[in-house]
Design a protein around this ligand. Structure first.
Ligand code: AKG
Length: 408
């Protein structure tokens, strides 16, 4: 399965010429999963049925060479690693430990926990993050209301243009996916954050963001602004935990402060046959850190020790994960970990991911302070243009973007 990223999808769609002979069936699926559900299905259309080896009950390293077509085949044969279902509680970071009211001891302890979480899981959960419940709940509620809009209203935001500040769509990359994922999404970017002019001020909401439902633009704008501030503070702690707070960390923090931000609102409707499909395929995130807000419905799974571990939602907290850029900057010490989303037959699920990274014009490479004789440079330098080349080349679909820039 292709391990592109959320930004990847945005980028890839510009390079795809719409096929005018596209089947009517495909056009129907591009209207999204909510639209499909509203038409009243009771079984999963073939378009969403994954090959046997890619289904959620198969272990991550378990490959069946014969693709069984049987849709009733029970999964989890002996030897796979998909133990049903040890929910994990992600390492917990109390953000208050990093603020001025904290003590040096607490701060040192929290930095150590942060480092361990980034090394071992590539994921952690942040509580006491300081963003008000009104802003957080407002974003969740607005997202839910957006996906509840009539199809015609949502469809106004469908676009193949990656530079569009608003893009509504479905699956992972609806222009490339053979099998579709069980997800609809709305992507919101700040127009200035994709621009190469890094001296622009970031406007915290865009006049082009959806004006429906009522208050959506203001709520999403407030949320974007607050998550950006939280991201910068978390990035500062992450750089300190790497021991590079001065020097390379300082300039990195400055660049991140004027970097890119993309919000992805995800909707995963309940699914008639959830074991045959995924809400999102295994992927890593392209940026530095992703801040994820989710409702109370489980679905997110992270790869750890050869298993897929379901993450137990903790309402009001943020799930934060290391992206490819942080793995590179840390010279491999912090891990950009594969994750995916499962769906279920009874509840629909909403999540909001905020992806943060450098300006698109920046070059990223390992921090010189983290490269030495014992720990040689593991990655080449890269930038957004290299990422786009990776996406369009598509030679070896099993090679991740990170693999493509690893040295030796
Ligand atoms: O819905 C989720 O929990 C995960 C979302 C995600 O991985 C993404 O948007 O990149």
């Amino acid at each position: 399965m292709a391990m592109a990223t959320s930004m990847a999808m945005a980028a890839a769609s510009t390079t795809t010429v719409t096929n005018i002979h596209e089947t009517e069936e495909n056009q129907r699926y591009k209207k999204g999963v909510r639209h499909l559900c509203e038409s009243g299905i009771t079984t999963l259309p073939t378009k969403y049925v994954l090959p046997f080896a890619d289904r959620p009950n198969q272990g991550p390293h378990h490959h069946h060479h014969h693709h069984h077509r049987s849709r009733t085949q029970s999964s989890s044969p002996a030897g796979t690693n998909n133990k049903n279902n040890h929910n994990i509680n992600l390492p917990l970071i109390d953000f208050a430990d990093f603020t001025s009211t904290s003590t040096p001891t607490k701060r040192a302890h929290a930095l150590h926990s942060l480092a361990t979480a980034c090394e071992e899981y590539g994921f952690f959960q942040v509580i006491n993050h300081g963003i008000s419940p009104e802003v957080v709940q407002g974003m969740m509620e607005s997202s839910r209301c957006f996906f509840d809009l009539p199809f015609e209203e949502r469809a106004k935001y469908m676009s193949n243009d990656m530079s569009a500040p608003v893009r509504y769509g479905t699956s992972w990359n609806q222009n490339k996916d053979g099998v579709f994922c069980w997800r609809d999404f709305l992507k919101l970017t700040h127009p200035t954050s994709t621009s190469t002019d890094r001296h622009h001020h970031h406007h915290h909401h865009s006049s082009q963001w959806p004006s429906t439902p009522t208050g959506f633009r203001e709520t999403a704008g407030a949320y974007a602004k607050e998550t950006r501030t939280l991201f910068v503070k978390l990035a500062e702690a992450v750089l300190e935990s790497l021991g590079v707070a001065d020097g390379s960390g300082e300039s990195m923090l400055r660049e991140l402060g004027e970097g890119s931000q993309m919000m992805v609102l995800n909707c995963y409707p309940s699914c008639p046959e959830p074991d045959l499909t995924l809400g999102m395929p295994p992927h890593t995130d392209y940026g530095f850190l992703t801040l994820l807000l989710q409702d109370a419905v489980p679905g997110l799974e992270i790869q750890s020790g050869g298993s897929w571990l379901p993450v137990q939602p903790r309402p009001g907290s943020f799930v934060v994960n290391v992206g490819d850029h942080l793995e590179i900057f840390s010279n491999g010490r912090y891990k950009s970990v594969l994750h995916r989303v499962r769906v279920n037959s009874t509840q629909s699920r909403i999540s909001v991911a905020s992806l943060h990274s450098l300006p698109h014009s920046s070059v990223i490479g390992p921090s010189p302070a983290l490269v030495n004789e014992r720990n040689p440079r593991r990655y080449g330098d890269t930038d957004f243009a290299a990422f786009l080349r990776y996406l369009t080349a598509g030679k070896d679909r099993t090679e991740t973007f990170l693999d493509s820039i690893k040295l030796n």
